[in-house]
Design a protein around this ligand. Sequence first.
Ligand SMILES: Nc1ncnc2c1ncn2[C@@H]1O[C@H](COP(=O)(O)OP(=O)(O)OP(=O)(O)O)[C@@H](O)[C@H]1O
Length: 579
Amino acid sequence: MAPTPSSKPVPTQLTPSKTPQSKHRLHLPSVKNTHPSPNPTSAAKDTPPAEHPVEVIGRIRDYPDQKEKPFSALQISSNGQMVRVRTDIGYRDFTLDGVSVSEDEDLDGFYKKFVESRINGVKLGEKCTVMMYGPTGSGKSHTMFGCPKQPGIVYRALRDILGGGDEENGEPEGGLGIGTFVQVAVLEIYNEEIYDLLSSSSSGGVSIGWPKGTPSKVRLEVMGGKAKNATFISGNEAGKISKEVARVEKRRIVKSTLCNERSSRSHCMIILDVPSVGGRLMLVDMAGSENIEQAGQTGFEAKMQTAKINQGNIALKRVVESIANGDSYVPFRDSKLTMLLQDSFEDDKSKILMILCASPDPKEMHKTISTLEYGAKAKCIVRSTHTPNAKDKEHSSYTVLGSRMAAMDQFILKLQMENKLKEKERDEAHKELLRKEKEVAELRAKLELVEEKKLVSKDEEITSKVDERTQILKAELQKKLYECQQMENEFDELGRRMEEKILQQQVEVEMLRRRLEEIETELCHSTEKEYHGVANDICWKQLYSTTFRNLSRRGAGNGEIYGLGEIYGLGHGRGAASS
Ligand SMILES: Nc1ncnc2c1ncn2[C@@H]1O[C@H](COP(=O)(O)OP(=O)(O)OP(=O)(O)O)[C@@H](O)[C@H]1O
């Protein structure tokens, strides 16, 4: 565990400097660190041992210009718990829980010495808030986020909680770099508004100080000390979550001031939850605590901005003072920053590690003194378990009730406003619904129309197909009829020609028969004659029988046409017959 004022006694003797090379080291008589409460009533005899929930560590940055180092305005006691600030008229000493000089102790050493034990506590279920406080350019963001060579608290804490590998050496621990499951939210508080840096909404947000086309930031409200509806990234891979945090951290609003070329104009809050054990780590990089003139801000708007940025710092200062003074009312509601930090101060299980950043430059002396004064006040915060007397009780309950009522009034007012907004949203949603319903009805009607048209066109299609088919069939029928007609005509022609032939043959046969008769008659006449009769008779009889044999064998009955020559056996072919 990191040293706490109550747990680590401060040596009363001078101790030799362990790091003689440091020009900040000084042999100072150590002050007994008794943490006297500024409220004398709380220092009663029977008061139980007080707990100091705020541990204050000083971190002195390097000289901005390494070549021309001015004489340091700061000196650190050998026990590393006291800072002496040299002023023109003397010096002022501040006792803290630890002081680290960047020149002697790099970020790794600083983390291991003052932060690591807190992070280990979170892994076991503790709640811890680490906040960076100091003027602009004093090294708050450097300590919190680091630089390419040295990762800052944020990335070291992520690696330690998630159990990732040694990224510096490029070696994953356990080979995978995977560990405890965490949920991380990244918020920005600018101009008294909370923005969700993880949200990538492209609408409904605002994009201030951010190039066109990049997703705008989403504004959040505080509800019950927490940012309502904040986006979380969750997982167990340190590398992935670190990359995402580094990416969105760049979305913070920065501006060049006299004191810092890239000055954070907003407070940045990284909230890391370890759900398995109920641990919570809040890392807060606050905007510079400079005043308007020192920041070199000119113009009404710029001054107003710086004033608003300072509102968080001033409110936190008042909160610290109120708690340290033991006031019954603590003005947490004075700024968004303090509203979100209320749990860190009020939850008995929560611890705060306040890192005061300061420059050794004598020109920054006044800012350094103011920062250290603030730290000294924070160190005075005690959490006692004392039981107040009746009068105290009555007074405090009256004040508490009053403040609670005021807070409730504010809450009711806010709820009423939210209600009105919701009603407006509901009305708009209703109107939208009606509009959509109308659209749906119109679309339905259109659909029905299209379907009807489809049906009609289907009928038409069928009819046209039937017509087409009918036409084809008709054409085929016509063709067949024509062919039949042709065949009939041919048949008729053939029949007619056959009849003609038969007729012709009958005529020829008749002629032949008559000729035969004539021949027979002639033959009969000739029988009466003596000599000539026998031979001729035989000859004509032979001719007669041959002719009739031929006729009966190849007669006109088979459709063939023969000439007379052929019938008489005198020659072949039609030519012969016709001649
Ligand atoms: N210990 C250090 N070693 C080296 N450089 C440092 C150290 N501390 C701060 N710086 C450098 O000084 C410059 C200002 O530091 P940084 O931005 O961290 O200041 P800051 O306190 O966060 O200022 P602001 O409030 O304006 O944002 C940066 O360029 C940073 O890298």
